[in-house]
Design a protein around this ligand. Structure first.
Ligand code: AMP
Ligand code: MG
Length: 689
């Protein structure tokens, strides 16, 4: 399909204007020809608009330019309507029907009468409602009271495009019902006049010179500037936005399947495919002239610059454990949905004063899932079991343990407060409350909460995919002969396992030697497969630091000299739009940098937002002096309420990583810690390990 050289947007109107002064509720249009935008045009009534549209189509056809014409009213009705009127599901037959039945002159039209006439076929209570006229119309309800709709209220697309008005509403602010009825006949006449030259989207193939397309400007546009007429501003901006779309993107948006109801351009038919745009190229840039960046500054930069890169899908609550919630989750019903009893016992109305009481027992009982249908007479009690809806006439429950029971009465001692042992409807959650906020990593309890308030499916982000790559000529895979000079690749299993513990999808892309061409190739493959890449080794700026060299050569590298021990410079960069975290090769430094930097940064990319690990101040079981200028992390664990640290601080001591159960964090300044002093201990579990 060739692109459209001319794009025009029309903001239609159901009413008809009379005067020459531009008004907001008349028709506005805007044309962009070969990229040049004309001033929005004021068309004071539909007769003029029809003439203008005819002229425009004629001009563009004569010039051999393809024309896309956008209109802001639905091209179809909810499923079933077309067939009930015309005997076929074909929406264009319905267009013809409206063209035959609508009378339209600047001073009069029959849209409300026609709506009433249609309604009368269905019993006179719907599908249309709203009457903008003073006189009553038989069969057309003025309001939604008593209104009944034999058809769906909305088209499928309107279920996705929240906030749109329905085509059944004929009057009132924002109503589009009249616009559709008064618009379709105009489009139909134009199709007759230019027979075979106009395709109506999405019902017909776009292989004609002109396309009519349904667009809803408010879907994508914000509010107009105060000094502009909104409709004039909107048609201009919609036209500009469409003209600015790359051809492939426009084609993608035009590719939808909605043969009966039609669609709104720009609403994704498969919402699971909504993917955020890639990261900005400069997301890892560091301020110039800073030689050592403090840890907190580095973290603040990552926090500011990174955002979610994962796309959104909808899944059953059952499967949502550990997933990142993509949007606020709103209670569809209250919890509890109705007042019920918190205990097994006897229910009655009102509290009881101090003293002994005897209450006659009503017949029957109320249990969870088996409500008591009748009313409990005043002064009577009824048997009631935990979770049962409070029957009519019950608001207070006495515990069965406090009651003496006879076949037809109970005896108990007061006082008992009115409302005792009852749970009120909505006392936990009220319908409409936000129960879980977007960005939350869903816990088992969250799944219970969502389910309790009536939610069956959740919109969540796809898990972040992180590729793990080891680099170094000395590395060997487990099970192989490492030879005299080789070492085993210990980082890869550690990092893969760590990422999985964080809740990401870890992708093993193996290891490569110190060879730049091989490294580039492997990064290419990793970028294809994953959302982010974690490498270890070769991240510094020495001769054999090929990872940083490759990133630097590609112009995609930022060397982060962070004032942290352990951890030499981190190499951060983008490779084919995918963030790369180049970690140091030393396993201790690699893990510390992963926990301190990569974990929160990746969480940000995953859509989970920023989180600082929970640390605890605890007495030290060790002594240590530390110089100022950098932050230090010591391998540590808690025994008998005191924090021990590993005997050696050597960065290659993997045994210490395994010995430890967390890290001690020593601030950027100098310190001298003596046994018993408080130090900050962050257990591995606080990082999600
Ligand atoms: P590099 O950062 O490449 O200079 O490596 C620093 C140290 O970490 C060297 O002693 C490497 O042999 C070691 N090293 C690098 N990668 C790994 C790995 N995947 N597993 C274990 N040790 C490694
Ligand atoms: Mg190396």
């Amino acid at each position: 399909m060739t692109p459209f050289q001319t794009i025009a947007m029309v903001d239609w109107s159901g009413g008809n204007d009379t005067g020459p002064k531009p008004r907001k509720d008349a028709i506005w249009a805007c044309v962009i020809r070969a990229g040049a935008c004309e001033a929005p045009i004021y068309l004071r009534n539909r007769a003029r608009a029809e003439v203008w549209l005819g002229d425009l189509i004629e001009t563009e056809l004569a010039a051999g330019r393809r024309l896309m014409l956008g209109f802001d009213f639905p091209f179809g009705y909810p499923a079933g309507f077309a067939r009930s009127i015309t005997g076929t599901d074909d929406p264009l037959t319905l267009w013809e029907w409206f063209a035959d039945h609508i009378e339209d002159a600047p001073d009069h039209n029959n849209r409300f009468d026609l709506a009433g006439q249609i309604n009368r076929r269905f019993g006179g209570v719907g599908p249309f409602w709203g009457n903008g006229l003073k006189r009553d119309i038989v069969g057309l309800p003025r309001t939604k009271t008593g209104y009944q709709n034999p058809f769906p209220d909305r088209r499928a697309v309107e279920e996705l495009a929240k906030g749109s008005f329905t085509c059944w509403q004929m009057s009132g602010a924002g109503a589009v019902g009249g616009q559709v009825m008064m618009g379709l006949p105009v489009l139909t006449r134009l199709r007759h006049r230019f027979a075979g030259q106009i395709a109506a989207w999405p019902f017909e193939a776009l292989d004609k010179p002109v396309a009519f397309v349904e667009i809803w400007p408010s879907l994508t546009l914000g509010t107009s500037p105060a000094d502009r007429i909104r409709d004039a501003w909107q048609v201009e901006h919609v036209a500009r936005d469409l003209a600015g779309l790359p051809a492939e993107e426009l084609t993608r948006r035009l590719t939808v399947e909605a043969p009966e109801e039609g669609w709104i351009l720009g609403v994704d038919q498969n919402r699971s495919t909504i993917a955020p745009p890639p990261l900005r190229n400069d997301c890892f840039a560091l301020p110039a002239g800073v030689s050592w960046t403090p840890v907190d500054d580095a973290l603040a930069l990552l926090r500011d610059r990174l955002r979610a890169v994962t796309s959104i899908e909808e899944i059953p609550v059952m499967d949502a454990m550990g997933r990142v919630l993509a949007e606020d989750c709103i209670a569809l019903r209250s919890n509890p949905p109705q007042a019920n009893t918190a205990v097994d016992g006897y229910g009655f109305s009102g509290g009881l004063p101090e003293g002994a009481h005897v209450l006659p027992l009503a017949d029957g009982r109320a249990a969870a899932g088996a409500a008591f249908a009748g009313t409990v007479p005043a002064g009577h009690a009824i048997r009631i079991l935990t979770g049962a809806t409070l029957p009519e006439g019950v608001d207070t429950i006495a515990l069965q343990e406090d009651v003496t029971v006879e076949p037809d009465r109970i005896a108990l001692n007061g006082p008992l407060k009115q409302g005792a042992n009852a749970r009120q409807a909505g006392e936990d959650v009220a319908q409409g409350d936000i129960v879980l906020e977007a960005s939350r990593v869903l816990s088992a309890a969250d799944l219970a909460l969502a389910t309790a308030v009536g939610i069956a499916r959740l919109r969540v982000r796809k898990p972040l995919k992180v590729a793990v790559l080891s680099t170094g000529d000395e590395l060997t895979d487990p099970g192989e002969d490492a030879g005299r000079d080789g070492i085993y690749d210990a980082n890869r299993p550690m990092l893969l396992a760590t990422l999985r513990a964080f809740g990401f999808e870890a992708v093993d892309v193996g290891r490569v030697g110190d060879d730049r061409a091989a490294l580039r190739q492997r990064l290419d493959a990793a970028a294809q497969e994953a959302d982010a890449i974690l490498t270890s080794g070769g991240a510094s700026d020495g001769d054999e630091d090929h990872m940083s060299a490759v990133l630097r050569d590609a112009g995609a590298m930022q060397e982060w000299r962070i004032a942290i021990k352990p951890g030499r410079p981190l190499a951060l960069g983008l490779w084919q739009d995918k963030p790369v975290f180049g970690l140091p090769g030393n396993p201790v430094a690699a893990l510390v940098c992963t926990l301190i930097f990569a974990r929160p940064a990746l969480a940000q990319l995953a859509g989970a937002g920023w989180s600082d690990p929970q640390g605890f101040d605890m007495p030290a079981a060790f002594e240590k002096r530390k110089k100022p200028g950098r932050r230090e992390y010591l391998r540590a664990r808690v025994r008998e309420g005191r924090v021990e640290v590993f005997a050696s601080e050597g960065s290659g001591r993997i045994s210490g990583l395994s010995w430890a159960e967390g890290l001690v964090e020593l601030g950027d300044g100098a310190c001298h810690i003596r046994p018993g002093d408080a130090v900050r201990y962050i257990p591995y579990v606080s990082f999600g390990l």
